[in-house]
Design a protein around this ligand. Structure first.
Ligand code: C2E
Ligand code: CA
Ligand code: CA
Length: 548
């Protein structure tokens, strides 16, 4: 067993090579015997001829000896060549076997080998009255690290993780890399109590997350681990690995950076998740993500100032799946940028028909801000859709500031230079410091709706709303209150000056067609825009269901 993963000890089949050794050796031996025979006659004749006591050997015999010598040399060289060939072949076979069984990057076993090992151990589990535990180990957010720091750093990280797991692996454990950022351990287990395996998994979670230095930055990568074990029902590596996979997805779902044991009830959750992932992929291809719009209102004048775009999934099989469910999955799948630009593109086209005084707010995920080209891509989209940057408001959440304030700062600066406005969304729920707030040039703060809804009770939420509005005043950042659900909240907010508000009280998020009708009634459609006919009959029931 190597430090990182057990290697198989099977030897290559040497029978054929041995046969060839014998043939080559046979040729050389026959030539030597013949040489001894002919040489035995010729040599004494030569000696005698030199001594002047006899005639020399016949030329026929000399030729036969010379031929023999040539044969010996030929046989010997052939023998050496064959030895070389056999050696090369042996090495090639060894390499092929290693490649078939191990992962070239980390030297660990690969998926097929660990599955074979699992089957072998499961088959023997009755004899030894034991079981085998399988740990499915998946790095959290590896894709982002890979994209951000480059593939060679990504490879280095994978090797480091393999080394860290290998260092903790029990003596009879086996480590494999299944592909990408997925590792697995197989541990023979006595089946009583889950302690030893759980302790191992908990130590893995802790040790693997020690920061790794990349481009002078400490990068902390965490792992999610799913554990399953074999028993009377789980009798194949396929089921064992599937169960561990299910448990691993559950570990991810409930917050990552942890381990979970498999339970049959987790199966449904995984099926749902897979449906969601497949659905998102297909939905993007079929252009199913569409913008809905929520009104934003100036409280003092009651005037409509613009709309916040909220993504919706236009697919009857996915009814009720809102952005709070599909956005995080798209983020994890690395598809959030595609999804986001798809809906923003549509929103820009929709908003061109609105009165130019109306703004369009869009939500941008922290994942998108990790892309150093994000601002250029967004500005390019604006140009392509011929949309004035001054009418666009980009909402980013406080969490986006956690990761790389430097990058976010330069991104904000380049967007603002072009006239785009930036709002800090869900303010109060994250960890942004006052110093950060002062140094980052936001145009607006949006108070999270969890505080706003508490205005009903006039409890601590009300004090927080009060404090945030004052803070906004102090920093010269105007404030929007979101989640205004009823008249009571609205009244509570009226005592503040210069406040924008949005929420169900002003209307639920609605599709583009409904926005156009609303704007047409208010005389707020752009000039040259034809008054919208009501939505088509086929689209309308679907949209009503989505609004419900
Ligand atoms: P958010 O940006 O805080 O958006 C406001 C959410 O609150 C929306 O939920 C909206 O429908 C809901 N809401 C509005 N008024 C009220 C109210 O009075 N009461 C209550 N209880 N809720 C209200 P939605 O549309 O489900 O979106 C959830 C979150 O998903 C959004 O929160 C936003 O963070 C995210 N999201 C939506 N669309 C996108 C998108 O295109 N890109 C990204 N990255 N995130 C998006
Ligand atoms: Ca928002
Ligand atoms: Ca919000």
């Amino acid at each position: 067993m190597t430090g990182m993963g057990r290697q198989s000890s099977r030897k290559p089949d040497r029978k054929v090579s041995a046969d060839r050794d014998v043939v080559a050796l046979g040729i050389a031996a026959a030539a030597i015997i013949m040489f001894v025979g002919t040489g035995g006659t010729v040599l004494p004749q030569i000696m005698r001829s030199w001594a002047g006591v006899g005639s020399g050997p016949s030329s026929l015999l000399i030729n036969a000896v010379l031929l023999n010598i040539a044969l010996i040399i030929f046989g010997w060289r052939r023998y050496k060549e064959l030895l070389g060939e056999i050696d090369e072949r042996r090495q090639a076979e060894e390499l092929a076997r290693e490649l078939a069984e191990t992962d070239p990057l980390t030297g660990c076993l690969n998926r097929r080998s660990i599955a074979d090992e699992a089957d072998r151990l499961i088959a023997r589990q009755h004899e030894v009255d034991g079981s085998v535990a399988f740990l499915m180990i998946d790095l959290d957010n590896f894709k982002q690290v890979n994209d951000y720091y480059g593939h060679s750093n990504g490879d280095r990280l994978l090797t480091t993780v393999a080394e860290r797991i290998g260092a903790l692996l029990p003596r009879d454990g086996i480590l494999a890399r299944l592909g990408g950022d997925e590792f697995a351990c197989l541990i023979p287990w006595n089946g009583t109590g889950e302690d030893s395996v759980s302790t191992f998994a908990a130590r893995l979670v802790e040790k693997v997350s020690t920061p790794v230095w990349m481009d002078d930055h400490p990068v902390e990568i965490t792992v999610s681990i799913g554990i399953a074990h074999s028993d009377e029902e789980v009798t194949s590596s396929t089921t064992l690995m599937h169960n561990a996979d299910v448990a691993m997805y559950h570990a991810k779902k409930i917050g990552k950076n942890r381990c979970c044991w498999f339970e049959p009830s987790l199966e449904n959750a995984l099926r749902l998740r897979q449906k969601l992932e497949q659905g998102i992929r297909r939905g993007l291809e079929r252009d199913e993500f569409i913008p809905f719009y929520e009104q934003q209102v100036d409280l003092k004048s009651g005037r409509l100032t613009g709309f916040e775009m909220l993504a919706r999934w236009d697919n009857p099989d996915m009814l009720g799946t809102g952005p709070a469910a599909f956005i995080p999955v798209a983020e994890e799948m690395g598809l959030i940028a595609d999804l986001s630009f798809q809906v923003i593109g549509k929103a820009l086209d929709d908003a061109k028909d609105w009165d130019p005084s109306l703004t369009l707010s869009v939500n941008i995920s922290p994942f998108q801000l990790r892309d150093p080209w994000f601002s250029q891509k967004l500005l390019k989209l604006l140009v392509e859709h011929n949309f004035p940057p001054e009418r666009l408001d980009v909402e980013i959440t406080e969490n986006a500031l956690l990761e790389n304030v430097g990058l976010v700062r330069s991104m904000i600066a380049s967007l603002r230079n072009q006239g785009v406005r930036i709002s800090l969304d869900d303010f109060g729920t994250g960890y942004s410091s006052l110093a950060q707030l002062r140094s980052l040039p936001f145009d607006r703060l949006k108070i999270d709706r969890s505080f706003v809804s508490e205005l009903r009770e006039d409890g601590s939420g009300a004090k927080i709303v009060d404090a945030i509005i004052r803070l906004g005043d102090g920093l010269s950042m105007p404030v929007t209150a979101e989640g205004v659900e009823d008249e009571i909240i609205l009244d509570a907010l009226r005592r503040f000056e210069h406040l924008k508000a949005q929420g169900y009280h002003f209307g639920r998020p609605e599709p583009a067609s409904a926005v156009r009708s609303r704007l047409a009634a208010l005389g707020l459609l752009a000039v040259n825009t034809d008054i919208e006919a009501p939505a088509t009959e086929t689209a309308e029931p679907q949209i009503r269901r989505m609004q419900a």
